[in-house]
Design a protein around this ligand. Structure first.
Ligand SMILES: *Cc1c(COP(=O)(O)O)cnc(C)c1O
Ligand code: SF4
Length: 354
């Protein structure tokens, strides 16, 4: 059994004792545990155990020997955070919004994480001075309209710490919106406490919460309750998902995921094409396959259930939608029509320029 003091699995020994890792894989997994953080709360560990072998939960959270296989296209900083970081804890790529990263700690460590080289307990939290410098950067850049608090996972911070950040942002006039990016409501819903809700409610800014969730089975009863608590406070909830091979690269699974989100008042926002993080090739599908899946969803699901399929261009050039282009310029000479549009059944139609 695991150490009764601890309510999480973090070491290989704990994962093995709980039965999530086979003893015979020990040698192969040592370098993975040495290099990357691994944590699974016990409540989730139980669900992983009940999941089918190699099912969507295990695949997302249990370290695998595949993670040591590096691919030449992969990079430590796949989306170029470093080149756009003017001060520690800030990434400023788009004029009107910044990422503020007060915590590199997460409730769980996803095996496909795009920031896997930058997150973990060994990186930890910003110091008081570093946080103050990051907030100062926001204060002095009046173009910043939105602050996206991410990490790591900001909801692993104590409500008191989150309150400190929100109070500081409250005094910055040009900031209108504060968006949290978190996996806590699905990975460790017990952290959505009345204290945290009180803190979020007391901000004078418009608060949004984007929840990272990749499979409907992650939205357990407890996760649904945590989401409802946030939504009942009037906080708009967005869904962020990553397209992952053998987790959700299937039209039925994606339909179920997005419908379940909407049922819980989470608006699917982005479906991310996986980034080129080291040791994650076994999670990547082709963009062609992603487009095909999105096309299938367009035909069968409510508009409420449609996220934007998005790619963060490697090297820090920003995000772009990469869905199938339904509209093409028609270039045949002598034709009155300028656009050719393909409907969801593949039939072609025209639309005039004006
Ligand atoms: C993804 C990202 C954002 C948020 O982009 P949205 O399209 O507004 O969701 C902002 N800044 C950086 C650096 C990002 O990587
Ligand atoms: S919760 Fe987010 S930041 Fe943390 S490991 Fe998962 S994907 Fe990475």
């Amino acid at each position: 059994m695991t150490n009764s003091q601890s309510n999480v699995l973090t070491t290989m020994k704990q994962f093995m004792a709980y039965g999530l890792i086979n003893k015979k894989d020990k040698k192969q997994l040592e370098p993975v545990f040495d290099r990357y953080a691994a944590t699974v709360p016990l409540s989730l560990a139980q669900a992983i155990k009940e999941d089918v072998d190699g099912g969507p939960l295990a695949r997302q959270y249990v370290p695998s020997g595949m993670e040591v296989i590096s691919n030449p296209a992969e990079r430590d900083d796949p989306i170029g955070d470093k080149t756009h970081s003017p001060v520690k804890g800030i990434v400023h790529r788009y004029p009107d919004r910044v990422l503020l990263m007060p915590s590199a700690i997460c409730a769980v460590y996803c095996r496909f994480c795009f920031r896997r080289e930058q997150v973990g307990p060994s990186v930890g939290l910003l110091t008081t001075l570093e946080l103050e410098a990051a907030l100062n950067y926001i204060r002095t850049n009046t173009d910043i309209w939105e602050v996206i608090i991410t990490g790591g996972d900001p909801f692993v911070l104590s409500p008191k710490r989150i309150n400190g950040i929100l109070e500081a942002l409250d005094t910055i006039k040009h900031v209108a919106v504060v968006r949290f990016h978190t996996r806590v409501p699905v990975a460790k819903p017990e952290l959505i406490t009345p204290e945290l809700l009180e803190v979020l409610k007391s901000s004078s800014k418009s608060i949004f919460v984007a929840i990272h969730c990749n499979h409907a089975t992650e939205l357990t009863n407890n996760a649904a309750i945590a989401c409802a608590l946030l939504a009942d406070e009037g906080i708009p909830l967005l869904g962020q998902s990553v397209l992952l091979k053998e987790v959700n690269d299937d039209p039925e699974i994606l339909s179920d995921l997005f419908r379940t989100m909407v049922k819980h008042r989470i608006k699917p926002y982005y479906l991310h094409h996986p980034d080129l993080a080291p040791g994650t090739a076994h999670f990547r599908v082709t963009i062609e396959r992603g487009r095909e899946l999105m096309k299938m969803l367009r035909g069968r699901l409510s508009g409420l259930c449609q996220p934007t399929y998005i790619l963060d261009i490697p090297g820090g050039h920003g995000k772009v939608p990469i869905s199938e282009d339904y509209l093409k310029r028609h270039t045949e000479a002598g034709d009155n029509y300028t656009y050719r549009i393909t409907d969801i059944n593949g039939a072609s139609h025209t639309y005039p320029l004006q």
